[in-house]
Design a protein around this ligand. Structure first.
Ligand code: COA
Length: 432
């Protein structure tokens, strides 16, 4: 059958598509801004038809209504990451959490979880019958390739991103044409503290470096201070509008990259329409599945790779907690460890952990003598290198525990330094 006939024969409404989901099945939802909200809405509206459908998702940018208590018997959420719309449900015990490196999710889906259904969003097909997964290639492509059924929202507003970002329409069982706006993420408001952190991080970035940036105000604050740099490159799990600004300003050229020279490489994108228009059909942007982009060995083939991530807490030995506060799950590892390890493998690479020195309106220090009971270490003290706060930079790789503690206390908030020094003297009573 030619692809145009397949396309016509598999067109359906969102309501018809979700009728195909069986009770007890495992459904993977496309990541972040690639979430097909209209199909999820139709599934939730059809809740009474299901018992115990497992929803696997990473960052849920939509309403995540399947987590509501009234759907307890219909849906069960298994999260790889928590965000604003799922944290409360997790705290109330209605969400399971599965720890997994972002780079390993396609393999875990293929080998352990074997989903029945993948729900995603894509661009309309090109003349060869290929749709682009647009802003969310990550684990979405691998999930689609391993599921029994793919339900796709075909959306003219989804940018046609290039790279290994395509599915053929004959891989899709239900095609739902709906031109809803793609979910957008507004640029964050940057505080004075975040600006100071951005300025400190920018001191560690040199002309010709290749950058990985996480989500949020700190990466955006770093970008503010890169306007005088030259020939920066991008190899990152995600990027946002700030990168477009630096491309237009001629700062990001990708000219000095040692892998994918001339292209910004990413696995997902979150931003506004400005970003989505920039990446549409743009050969300067290459989107690949996360088991390629986030593979530490691939990352490490970029010389001078600088990774910038954030965390919740760090103890004076350099153990980094990024996903929980005690037993309270806040987020997920995402690509943090993938990129820290990749940066450590990269010739001239630098892994940076950037965070405000305090949280809780200044009452809680993020640099602590002991991690909170129940907290899980995300980046081990063997992997950590630079830690940056608004008070400065601590370089830890190659330093003894004593030297690390000294460096970290120097960049703690002044209100907490006396307490940290008291613990330091208890641990290291002897002067050298
Ligand atoms: N003790 C107790 N609670 C803490 C805390 C601490 N030391 N640090 C943060 N929190 C709480 C905050 O109060 C907030 O709670 P709330 O939602 O009830 O307000 C929550 O954790 C989130 O903190 P916030 O400072 O708003 O987070 P952020 O948006 O700046 O993100 C991380 C910080 C660490 C959560 C985020 O960077 C992350 O998830 N990192 C791990 C994944 C990663 O690095 N991925 C790679 C690139 S995408």
């Amino acid at each position: 059958m030619d692809w145009k006939t397949w396309y016509q024969e598999h067109l359906c409404t969102a309501q018809e598509a979700v009728q195909k989901i069986q009770s007890g099945s495992r459904v993977v939802v496309a990541h972040a801004c690639g979430e097909p909200s209209a199909i999820l809405d139709a599934m939730v509206a059809n809740a009474a038809q299901y018992r115990n459908v497992e929803i696997i998702h990473m960052v849920a940018m939509g309403k995540a209504e399947y987590c509501k208590p009234e759907y307890d018997e219909n849906f069960h959420h298994n999260a790889f990451f928590l965000g604003g719309s799922t944290r409360a449900a997790a705290a109330e015990g209605r969400v399971d959490f599965t720890p997994v490196y972002f780079s390993e999710i396609p393999g875990v889906l293929r080998e352990e979880l074997r989903p029945n259904v993948t729900m995603l969003q894509c661009s309309p097909p090109d003349e060869h019958g290929y749709v682009s997964l647009g802003v969310s290639v990550d684990y979405t492509k691998g999930a689609a390739e391993t599921s029994d059924l793919v339900i796709a929202q075909v959306n003219k507003n989804m940018p046609r991103t290039l790279g290994d970002s395509f599915l053929h329409v004959t891989q899709i069982g239900c095609l739902v044409e709906l031109d809803t706006p793609v979910i957008e993420l507004a640029p964050p408001r940057i505080t004075q503290v975040e600006r100071a952190i951005g300025e400190n991080v920018a001191q560690l970035i040199k002309d010709g470096d290749t950058l990985q940036l996480g989500i949020g105000a700190i990466p955006d604050a770093v970008l503010l201070f890169l306007k005088e740099k030259n020939d920066l490159g991008i190899h990152t799990e995600m990027f946002s509008d700030g990168v477009v600004e630096l491309v237009e300003a001629g700062v990001i050229t990708n000219k000095a990259k040692t892998l994918h020279r001339g292209q910004s490489v990413a696995t997902f994108l979150m931003g506004t329409r400005r970003l989505y228009d920039y990446v549409d059909n743009n050969p300067a942007v290459a989107m690949y599945p996360v088991d390629y982009v986030n593979d530490p060995y691939v990352i490490g083939q970029n010389d001078n790779l600088v990774s910038i991530n954030s965390c919740v807490q760090i103890d004076i030995m350099g153990q980094v907690v990024s996903t929980s506060a005690g037993l309270r799950q806040i987020s997920g590892v995402g690509g943090q460890v993938d990129f820290v390890r990749g940066a450590n493998l990269s010739k001239g690479g630098r892994a940076i952990m950037a965070m405000p020195s305090t949280t809780g309106k200044g009452k809680i220090s993020k640099i602590v003598p002991f991690l909170d009971q129940g907290s899980a270490v995300t980046t081990s003290r063997n992997d950590v290198n630079y830690v940056v706060t608004e008070y400065g930079i601590a370089q830890l790789r190659g330093k003894s525990l004593r030297k690390r503690a000294e460096a970290l206390i120097e960049i703690a908030h002044p209100d907490f330094r006396a307490e940290l020094r008291a613990e330091f003297r208890r641990r290291y009573p002897r002067d050298y």
